[in-house]
Design a protein around this ligand. Sequence first.
Ligand SMILES: Cc1cc2nc3c(=O)[nH]c(=O)nc-3n(C[C@H](O)[C@H](O)[C@H](O)COP(=O)(O)OP(=O)(O)OC[C@H]3O[C@@H](n4cnc5c(N)ncnc54)[C@H](O)[C@@H]3O)c2cc1C
Length: 319
Amino acid sequence: MSSVCIIAEHQNGKLKKSTLNAITFGKDAAEKLGAELCVVVIGHEISGVADELKKSGASKIIIADDACLENYTAEQWAHVAAEAAQKYDAMLVGMASGTTGKDMMPRVAVKLNAGMGSDIIEFDGTTFKRGMWAGNALATIEITTPVKVVTIQTTAFAAAEPVEGESVLEQLDISLPQTKTRFVEMRETVSERPDPTEAGVVITGGRGVNGAENFKIIERLADIFGGAVGATRAAVDAGWVPNDLQIGQTGKMVAPDLYVAAGLSGSIQHQAGMKNSKVIVAINKDEEAPIFQIADFGIVADLFKVIPEMSDLLEKEMS
Ligand SMILES: Cc1cc2nc3c(=O)[nH]c(=O)nc-3n(C[C@H](O)[C@H](O)[C@H](O)COP(=O)(O)OP(=O)(O)OC[C@H]3O[C@@H](n4cnc5c(N)ncnc54)[C@H](O)[C@@H]3O)c2cc1C
């Protein structure tokens, strides 16, 4: 039987939430194509990740485990992903459109001699839709090769819910090529807070926060929810917060249950990264700020008054 293969993303032995959104896309695509859904897990000592996926609704979890695959390099992972796709007769191969997916899937497409679509938000069984120009235009594309490769805009799909029954786990025999790149070192930003792409609540500050020190009030509110801190490019460019917190077209794409946008105008480039959030709360002094057009709740006020008040109230309620 032909398959739809979704490549799983994981970090420090834990599945990345975006993979569950990619699986929702994969399930729907597999149904439309009359194929089975396979999820491919690449790495080393990844049985925990495979276990997390057992109830995701995939027919098979394909495990490619080798000490050489412990650290991601696009060259090796793309080779293994392409081997899995060939072995399981994939018609469609996809991965979440994050840093890794964007880095590796074009290589997978080349190896499979496949056409590729990026940032896919819809598939009707024949054509794909993708957002362009920060989501201001939608392109419909057809990939005409027998095998199709995509990166998936995960904010457009809900996370796959656990199902009854378990997927079959299969080990993939892999042949690793001589590669021209080698992993040397990983320098990770270590934070107590979740990554904005993984968090259920994201509190984002913009230029209106007006300084690195002032971001403490954003952090305090985020910590009350056990949530993540986000920032606009203006705040990142000013050097107030690290750039891995940037939300938007050239930052991270998020769709949390709650997104609080404080002291930011809501430029199209920022909206591109957060407009799919379930509930958006905007705090801005300027009632004309574009962020209010997409906000579910708008507070026209000074963030330095509202956020500490909000935090005090929430702390009281939650204690
Ligand atoms: C190619 C390209 C890619 C880009 N990618 C991104 C991206 O990924 N992410 C991103 O964010 N931007 C991106 N940008 C930049 C984007 O165009 C905007 O410049 C940026 O989003 C503005 O950030 P801001 O809303 O924080 O600042 P501003 O637009 O200056 O807005 C600040 C807001 O804060 C309000 N404010 C000020 N003080 C207070 C206060 N005390 N209380 C309440 N409100 C207050 C003001 O009324 C104002 O609305 C990109 C731009 C380009 C050209």
